[in-house]
Design a protein around this ligand. Structure first.
Ligand code: GMT
Length: 377
């Protein structure tokens, strides 16, 4: 395939959509494409130098006449500059609002006939789609994009139900970089965290938003802990953090819950974990589940959004209804007490990655979509 100049816009801070966009950019660069990140800061996973990856910072000036800093206009303006100066072939934006809308505006501003691919990740649809003040903007961003993808079938269906865009949406699953997320022996780390050999390790990784249902994770763990020696690793930070610290404080198992904060090397933490918990009330995909599975860690997840497309109940993990901490604990205990079953589930998790979520075919798919965009012009 010929080398393309691809502009990528995402939220560069911690979050699955930023991770996905950055990993995609890095892998496309490795295939020889010229990648231009147009973002408000350097994407946090862009941790290696590539001669063909460029970063264009969106600077938002907060003049006193503006009541709110105009991020969207600054972004559209920067996109228009980069499209023209770097002669981009395509723009790949993550999120309909504001990024797809900004891309459409940028195309108008610079007068270039550039193709726009928009990937929907969930929060704009599941949260903002229900907010009527934003529905029209989301619809506009989707309909004016040339190609639209969603990270799960569930998100695609939800978008049609909530926004009803007159646009074909294609599902392209998220992927993991299996050179980073792979089975790793982190037994040396166990001692450092004070985890004993007879203890099972459960892990949750998120941005600690309310929708992640952190109390359900902790209460499930307490139920497991009543039955067996175990530790819970809570990785990440966010609005619910302090409330969770307070919740754990009064428990007899408080020493067994480790708040690790934001971590760069999550793969090493999966290397010492036996089970991943993701008990969100809404989740369009659950990229962290994939990262765990690629390290051989099965997951328990809620029956919402794209999670059942990632976890096959009874094979590589378990699905429970939101709020069902009893059920989650029952499945966790069943699995963690049965070494043979746990090994089976670990293997099934690895197999799911190989059959459904491998990076290479998914990057191939994106490349085909870029080719289609170029051909459309
Ligand atoms: O989950 C979050 O709070 C972060 C959010 C984001 O924008 O990065 O994640 C969304 O996109 C990820 C990558 O596609 C998905 O794995 C997450 O499921 C999705 N989050 C929600 O739908 C709540």
């Amino acid at each position: 395939m010929r080398r393309l100049k691809i502009g990528i816009t995402c939220y560069p801070t911690v979050g699955g959509s930023g991770v996905l966009a950055t990993e995609l950019g890095k892998m496309l660069a490795e295939r020889g494409h010229e990648i231009h990140f147009i973002t408000s800061s350097v994407p946090f996973r862009l941790n290696k130098i590539y001669p063909n990856v460029f970063f264009h910072e969106v600077e938002v000036n907060n003049y006193s006449v503006f009541q709110y800093p105009p991020y969207d206009l600054a972004l559209a303006s920067k996109m228009a500059d980069v499209i023209k100066e770097k002669k981009l072939d395509v723009l790949h934006v993550h999120y309909a609002i504001p990024h797809a809308v900004c891309a459409v505006l940028a195309r108008e501003m610079c007068g270039e006939n550039i193709g726009i691919l928009t990937t929907l990740h969930g929060t704009d649809i599941s949260v903002l789609g229900q907010d009527s003040t934003m529905a029209q903007a989301i619809k506009y961003g989707i309909e004016k994009s040339d190609i639209v993808t969603a990270v799960s079938d569930a998100l695609k269906e939800q978008t049609y139900q909530l926004i009803d865009p007159k646009k074909e949406i294609e599902t392209v699953y998220n992927f993991v970089d299996e050179s980073v997320f792979k089975p790793i022996d982190s037994s040396n780390l166990k001692a450092q965290y004070g985890i004993r050999d007879n203890e099972r390790v459960l892990i949750h990784v998120s941005n600690f938003r309310k929708i992640k249902n952190l109390p359900d994770i902790i209460n499930t763990f307490f139920k497991v802990r009543e039955e067996m020696p175990a530790k819970l690793l809570l990785v990440g930070d966010g609005p619910e953090k302090q409330r969770m610290v307070d919740l754990v404080k009064s428990s007899p198992f408080k020493e067994d819950v480790l708040f690790l904060g934001k971590q760069e090397n999550v793969a090493e933490l999966f290397g010492l974990s036996d089970l991943k918990l993701l008990m969100s009330e809404t989740e369009s995909f659950g990229l962290v589940l994939l990262e765990g599975m690629a390290c051989g860690v099965p997951g328990i997840g809620t029956n919402v959004g794209g999670i059942p497309e990632v976890i096959q109940h009874g094979e590589n993990g378990f699905i429970i209804e939101p709020g069902d901490t009893e059920g989650a604990a029952k499945y966790a205990i069943e699995l963690l007490k049965d070494e043979e079953k746990l090994i089976q589930f670990r293997q099934a998790a690895l197999t799911s990655i190989q059959t459904k979520f491998l990076a290479k075919p998914i990057i191939d798919h994106y490349e085909q979509l870029y080719e289609r965009l170029v051909a459309l012009r």
